[in-house]
Design a protein around this ligand. Structure first.
Ligand SMILES: Cc1ncc(COP(=O)(O)O)c(C=O)c1O
Length: 349
């Protein structure tokens, strides 16, 4: 067994995701774009409570929680966080309670945003909901989680905290080291060559885990992270730092060099969790060419980035590009009002 595969296999883990997820071509979208061929890795199909990338990451966090004998799990995220929703579901599957802290990261939201989509599902899973007024204070959000955890301990509970800040070991990235092996084996089975992978980059665990896994397995495929929260410069640092922490978590030398880190922030505006016309068009184009749903915060923004990069000539002519669909689709319903304006202005892109 390859060293990285055996190191990941040695970490505590529970089974949550339906794996392997499909990997298939998007021929209609490729025709629409014209100069590249696009395939998709369907991590929206991981199964857990409407799927998404977080199921792979939670296998390792909740593996550690289970190992430690925890009886409840705490997590923080944006109001429409998919991570929070997936954690609330996974905790229930494992017989645990869940405390979720919802941060006000997105300005000027309406009642649908605060009530529908992932919030509706958090409530359905019976999560205890806390709120945090700041959206850009990872340290403060983690500190407040610790305060809640301390109270739970005083009450005789055994809490496990999934931290948000970059200072903590990136256990979630292990799920994407594993996904790298899965993708390489699917490419080989399908005799499919891939030149580029395009993937969202938020906390960066998904992006860094995949990049680290590919390099550790000897693959040179270029991986471009589409910034969903921070500028390209900030995100570049975050990925580099995460790769170094991942290397020490698995106990091997860091295989990600600075030159391996590619990030693009051209589809980030107007900011985290806020949609632009290009994001709306990317979501509508993918829905109308392939019948595939994307979300407004992550996968839609990432597809908007892929489309913009294709227009800019970033990919070599006829490149084979793999889009990693990380899910997030429940949030579509929370953005109904935000989309109204675009839908009325341009019914079909
Ligand atoms: C649907 C979806 N895609 C992508 C991401 C980004 O993943 P990461 O935080 O690992 O960078 C998230 C994070 O919450 C997400 O919910």
């Amino acid at each position: 067994m390859n060293d990285i595969v055996s190191r990941v296999a040695a970490e505590p883990r529970v089974s949550l995701a339906h794996l392997p997820t499909p990997l298939h071509a998007l021929p209609n979208l490729s025709r629409e774009i014209g100069n590249i061929s696009v395939s998709v890795k369907r991590d929206d199909c991981t199964g857990l409570a409407m799927g998404g990338n977080k199921a792979r990451q939670l296998e390792f966090y909740l593996g550690e929680a289970h190992h430690a004998g925890a009886d409840c799990v705490l997590i923080t995220g944006a109001v429409q966080s998919n991570y929070v929703r997936a954690t609330a579901a996974a905790a229930r599957q494992l017989g645990m309670n869940c405390h979720v802290q919802l941060e006000d990261r997105v300005p000027d939201v309406d009642a649908t945003y605060r009530r529908s989509g992932n919030v509706l599902l958090d409530r359905l899973f019976g999560a205890t909901i806390h709120s945090y007024p700041e959206g850009e204070d990872e340290t403060g959000a983690d500190r407040q989680l610790e305060t809640i955890a301390a109270q739970l301990r005083r009450d005789g509970r055994r809490p496990y905290v999934i931290h948000l800040g970059a200072a903590y070991p990136p256990r979630g990235a292990l799920g994407y080291v594993d996904a790298a092996a899965e993708i390489l084996s699917q490419l080989s089975e399908q005799s499919l060559r891939v030149d580029d992978i395009v993937i969202p980059s938020g906390s960066s665990h998904t992006h860094t885990g995949l990049l680290f896994g590919l390099r550790a397995l000897g693959s040179p495929i270029r991986v471009t992270g589409i910034c969903v929260r921070r500028s390209a410069e900030q995100q570049h640092h975050r990925v580099g730092d995460c790769a170094a922490k991942l290397a020490s978590l698995v106990g091997i030398a860091n295989v990600v060099g600075d030159g391996d880190i590619q990030v693009y922030d051209g589809s980030l505006a107007p900011g985290y969790g806020r949609v632009s016309e290009s994001v709306w068009r990317a979501i509508a184009t993918t829905a109308q060419t392939e019948g595939v749903l994307l979300d407004p915060v992550y996968s839609g923004k990432t597809m908007a980035g892929l489309l913009a990069l294709a227009v800019d000539g970033y990919f070599k002519p006829s490149a084979s590009v793999l889009f990693v669909h990380t899910g997030g689709v429940p949030a579509l319903f929370a953005y109904e009002t935000a989309f109204e304006e675009f839908m009325n202005a341009s019914p079909t892109p």
